[in-house]
Design a protein around this ligand. Structure first.
Ligand SMILES: Cc1cc2nc3c(=O)[nH]c(=O)nc-3n(C[C@H](O)[C@H](O)[C@H](O)COP(=O)(O)OP(=O)(O)OC[C@H]3O[C@@H](n4cnc5c(N)ncnc54)[C@H](O)[C@@H]3O)c2cc1C
Length: 340
């Protein structure tokens, strides 16, 4: 396993922030990961696991070891008439996996088309879009424990999935490298989910008569391509903040002054508010500050127009958070992992 020094990370993060890491290596297998964890370099340096870098904001050069996870491969490990269990290496590209499943006519992941990043990072924040979260189809996550170098299997329940949450962001944070995940996908009687967002509308426009996994995937790709900036053209990491859940009382209070306040059902006594709406109300939509800004169509997405600094994007995010707190008494939490 080659250890490189002073590696430029600009092409390894979708914000396109120009920072470097003191050390950089790539792991291709669980065995390589275990060996690395036993090494003195690993023990003496801070470490950061890296997939596609699409949910990360680097605020400065990384003074430690960046470990890019490229554990690849996919394998059917069980199958019956109705379902298939597919084990997939953490380093595989998520969207390529979705395309593969759609081609095989295996259902469950089609609404999650075009989400950037790696398979291994997908369970960490329980990726979700268009009415589906990965927790619905994940049966287990295999990870290598850093302290022992041994594999451990987390069942779906053990992953403690929540909205953009899992045990890997809480008590298991920084203790495991995710090496593979296993998905349970349908081979027939697919449970199509077209209830969310503009999917129905796009299907109608495209003249789709009989639903297929491909028609849903195509519709999601169409909607996402028109709504979200492509990180290959404008640096970004998708939604910067999570949508907050607030008490019904606070919601009712705000609604009196802002009758247009949108909301969605959440846990009992709570409602979810789109963070994008809150940010727009505070006047941030489309604002630019030198090389960075808030996207003109999607205020939840902070952007690097080229040459922007991570530190400045983080300062902007904190200004946005403070203004939302001051105006609505709602605390926004970042969805993006900020490396400080
Ligand atoms: C344009 C755009 C649209 C997006 N849309 C969505 C969306 O609709 N829904 C959604 O949920 N997300 C969305 N995202 C966010 C992002 O794509 C997901 O969070 C994705 O799962 C991140 O994968 P990654 O491999 O790039 O993770 P990275 O950014 O590389 O890493 C994210 C975190 O996981 C850790 N990590 C990565 N790999 C491993 C591993 N193998 N083991 C242990 N820790 C690891 C990293 O240290 C870091 O803390 C979007 C991002 C962009 C840029």
């Amino acid at each position: 396993m080659a250890i490189l020094e002073n590696v430029d990370l600009q092409s390894y993060n979708t914000f396109g922030i120009k920072v470097s890491s003191k050390y950089f290596t790539i792991v291709h297998s669980a065995r390589e990961a275990s060996e690395l964890f036993a090494s003195s370099l690993f023990k003496n340096e801070a470490h950061l696991f890296l997939g596609g870098g699409s949910n990360l904001l680097f605020t400065k050069n990384y003074d430690g070891l960046v470990i890019k996870v490229e554990i690849n491969g996919k394998k059917v490990i069980a199958e019956d008439e109705e379902t298939v269990s597919l084990k997939v290496g953490a380093g595989e590209n998520w969207h390529a996996l979705v395309m593969y499943c759609v081609e095989q006519n295996w259902g469950g992941v089609e609404n999650l088309s075009l989400i950037p990043g790696s398979v291994g990072a997908a369970p960490i924040q329980n990726i979700g879009a268009y009415g589906v979260e990965i927790k619905k189809i994940i049966s287990s996550v295999e990870a290598i424990e850093i302290s022992t170098g041994l594999p451990k299997v987390f069942s779906n329940a053990a992953c403690q999935f929540g909205y953009r949450e899992s045990i890997f962001k809480q008590s298991a944070k920084d203790k495991f490298l995710i090496s593979s995940i296993t998905l349970t996908l349908t081979k027939k009687n697919h449970r199509f989910n077209t209830s969310y967002g503009a999917i129905e509308e796009v299907l109608k426009q495209q003249g789709v008569q009989a639903l297929t996994l491909k028609s849903i995937s195509d519709a999601v790709i169409h909607i996402r391509s028109t709504k979200l900036p492509d990180p290959r053209r404008i640096g970004n990491a998708g939604s910067f903040f999570k949508n907050p859940s607030i008490q019904v009382d606070l919601h009712d209070f705000i609604k009196k002054e802002y009758p247009s306040l949108p909301s969605y059902p959440a846990a009992e006594g709570m409602v979810k508010i789109p963070a994008a709406w809150l940010i727009e109300q505070c006047g941030w939509k489309g604002k630019t500050f030198d090389k960075i800004g808030v996207h003109p169509q999607q205020p939840l997405v902070l952007v690097n127009y080229g040459g922007g600094e991570g530190e400045k994007i983080w300062e902007l995010a904190m200004d946005i958070r403070d203004s939302v707190k001051a105006k609505f008494n709602i605390s926004l939490q970042p969805e993006v992992n900020v490396v400080q």
